[in-house]
Design a protein around this ligand. Structure first.
Ligand SMILES: [Zn+2]
Length: 221
């Protein structure tokens, strides 16, 4: 049976299994993705429920919970994680996000959900926070979110930052592969564009490399 993993309010992995939820207590082996998970009611109910997983499967579990399963609460948690993700990563309207997050939810889970207005407020709150990260008031406040720092392939894309205290802050984006390629190019070209530079920045400076007849944009500063 494949594992169902959601996220906690703090964006940590949350294992959902048979009406119980677990957080990672120990990484036993990263290579085989072997984890020990502890029931989330460990403190609140002094629960000793543990699950061991490896390679996306349950190896063994000690189902000695001091409380009953709660499918309703879990459904509500999954909705909350889904709202969070959709609000951050899509441009869907608040109503659309609420519809897709609550689709197919059991009655038990619906009854555990907060009021509709609180859910809407949560979506707006996540969006405002995300917007402040992307469009901060000053260059010092600018932090590059992980989704813009790393490519979907896992390769690092954000290569250099001259520092948040730097008056003329410079950021460089590209891949190590691009840097290697640039080293081998016979000719380098550069082009500064002012029109499309992001807010707070003066210009977007592109470094291109020519190898043979092919010229490619490799670094973005
Ligand atoms: Zn438990």
């Amino acid at each position: 049976m494949a594992l169902t993993i959601s996220k906690t309010n703090k964006d940590k992995p949350l294992l959902i299994l048979s009406g119980y939820t677990y957080i990672i207590e120990r990484i036993t082996d990263l290579k085989t993705e072997s984890y020990t998970w502890r029931c989330t009611k460990y403190t609140e109910s002094k629960c000793r429920g543990l699950v061991h997983t490896a390679e996306g499967k349950v190896l063994r579990s000690s189902d000695i919970h001091s409380h009953g399963p709660n499918h309703g609460e879990i459904g509500a948690r999954v909705v909350s994680a889904s709202l969070n993700q959709e609000a951050k990563e899509t441009k869907q309207s608040t109503t659309e996000i609420l519809c897709s997050a609550t689709q197919g939810l059991s009655l038990e889970a619906v009854s555990s959900l907060p009021q509709l207005n609180s859910l809407k407020k949560k979506v707006r709150c996540v969006r405002n926070k995300e917007d402040r990260v992307i469009n901060p008031a000053t260059l010092t406040d600018l932090e590059i979110p992980q989704k813009y720092a790393v490519l979907p392939s896992g390769e690092q894309f954000f290569l250099f930052d001259s520092g948040s205290e730097e008056a003329n802050r410079v950021l460089i984006f590209g891949t190590q592969q691009n840097v290697k390629h640039l080293k081998l190019c016979e000719h380098w070209f550069s082009d500064g564009t002012f029109k499309i530079s992001p807010l707070l920045f003066e210009q977007l400076f592109v470094v291109l490399g020519k190898s043979g007849d092919v010229t490619v944009a490799l670094l973005f500063c």
